[in-house]
Design a protein around this ligand. Structure first.
Ligand code: 4AZ
Length: 432
């Protein structure tokens, strides 16, 4: 609707008044703008501060070491081995008791997980040592949180503890530093942080962060030469042929992480042990051990694989995965991102057929791939792992990338060093 025009006489001062008014408005607007600007900046600063605080402290986990005596379990030397049935059964009982306790407590949202890291003894009875992980909103409240944890655990120990008779007076709770705690929480072999989706080297696909935490790159003067597999805090297993030209540990290093050109962690090498019966150019006994100059602490992305028992046989046609930074085709280029390829175990009899490898596959070797070709390890994957998961999702080292006639050709599957065949040799050199 059009506005009614004011009488003409009034037009002489009305505009003046309007000008004054509009001046005031302009001043207010400028003032307002400044105030608004300051307010926005203050709010933004507060939000940024909160975000920084949340990132710095909110996600900083806290770790506690707890120990207590179990009166109705006699100590047995089998508890010294983390993979003995006795140890695993006890770990399962303790972890489910602690899980139940914290899931039903006020700290249910902050409790992450726990793990039995050691079993010692006192007067013939078992002392359980566990690491507990929590997320807390404020780092400097660690001591207060420790008291809350202790109170909750005391309530647990004084209440229903199933078949475990725990001496509540023996409970000890102390704070732990993150690297030591994470190392203990990730000590289990063959486990990964999360489960990974999908499956696509030659005919493979990009791996994800933490998917193959035992994979390492073996470098000669900083240049990737071979793959290697972490089997303890300071030992890796690889192929002997990686050291044909140079076996001086001072020229070699090891790196961990998904990317070749941006590794997460690097280590110097103290010692290289090449199998005594490896004689180039023969492929037999293509196995070597690498001892790190200083151990790595396990994290969710750097962990060890499990070694199978010497008498274990992986059935033909089993699903296995080979990983590495080897060329994407024969004489091709190497990727920056670790590659994974799903293949299948081929029995030695089939692999020795005239049209395949014609009898050169010896008992210390194992074939994996497809007779139709297409998916295979390739140059630069040598020394790296061929792994398989058991029914519980624990990963075992089946083979070490060793040789093959080019890559992914029909009737020319990858040939691997059979880990079970060398299990006792590994034990004799490393004690593992
Ligand atoms: C190599 O030269 C190599 N296709 C590794 C594995 C295979 C071939 C060559 C298997 O490192």
């Amino acid at each position: 609707m059009a506005k009614e025009q004011p009488p003409r006489r009034e037009q002489t001062w009305i505009p003046l008044r309007n000008r004054n008014e509009s001046n005031t408005k302009m001043k207010l607007t400028r003032c307002g703008k400044i105030t608004l600007g300051i307010t926005v900046m203050v709010i933004a600063a507060v939000i940024i501060g909160l975000i920084v605080h949340f990132i710095t402290y909110g996600q900083t986990p806290l770790y506690y070491h707890i120990s207590f005596k179990v009166n109705n379990i006699d100590y047995d030397s089998k508890f010294e081995k983390q993979y003995s049935q006795k140890y695993m059964d006890l770990n399962e009982k303790i972890v489910s008791l602690i899980n139940e306790t914290f899931h039903g407590s006020k700290l249910r949202r902050q409790y992450v997980r726990s793990h039995v890291v050691q079993v010692s003894q006192a007067k013939g009875k078992v002392i359980v040592h566990s690491v507990l992980k929590f997320t807390f909103c404020c780092k400097n409240k660690a001591a207060k949180c420790r008291d809350r944890i202790e109170t909750i655990l005391h309530q647990m120990l004084n209440g229903e503890t199933g078949c475990l008779h725990i001496d509540s007076s023996s409970l000890k709770v102390s704070e732990m530093e993150m690297p030591t705690a994470e190392n203990l929480l990730n000590i289990c072999c063959g486990h990964r942080r999360i489960t990974f989706s999908g499956n696509r080297i030659a005919g493979g696909m990009d791996a994800e962060v933490g998917e193959w935490p035992w994979q390492a790159s073996l470098r000669e003067n900083g240049v990737h030469r071979c793959g290697a597999t972490l089997i303890s805090n300071n030992w890796l297993v690889t192929a002997a042929h990686c050291f044909i030209k140079d076996s001086d540990p001072r020229q070699w290093s090891v790196s961990f992480g998904l990317l070749l050109n941006d590794p997460q962690l690097q280590r110097k090498i103290k010692n290289i042990i090449i199998h005594e019966d490896y004689h180039y150019p023969a492929h037999d006994n293509d196995i070597a051990l690498v001892k790190l100059a200083s151990p790595v602490l396990y994290t969710s992305n750097i962990r060890r694989v499990c070694l199978p028992e010497a008498n274990y046989t992986f059935p033909p046609n089993s699903d296995v995965v080979v990983t590495g930074w080897g060329t994407l085709k024969f004489d091709g280029t190497i990727p920056n991102i670790l590659q994974k390829a799903a293949v299948k175990i081929i029995d030695n009899k089939t692999c020795n057929k005239a049209e395949v490898y014609g009898g050169v596959i010896t008992p210390g070797m194992l074939c994996a791939g497809f007779l139709k070709g297409r998916v295979d390890a390739c140059q630069g994957d040598s020394g790296g792992p061929l792994v398989t998961a058991d029914s519980k999702g624990t990963w075992f080292l089946v083979g070490i990338v060793s040789w093959g006639n080019e890559c992914a050709l029909p009737n020319k599957p990858g040939v691997y060093t059979r880990v079970t065949y060398y299990r006792n040799w590994i034990m004799s050199k490393t004690g593992l």
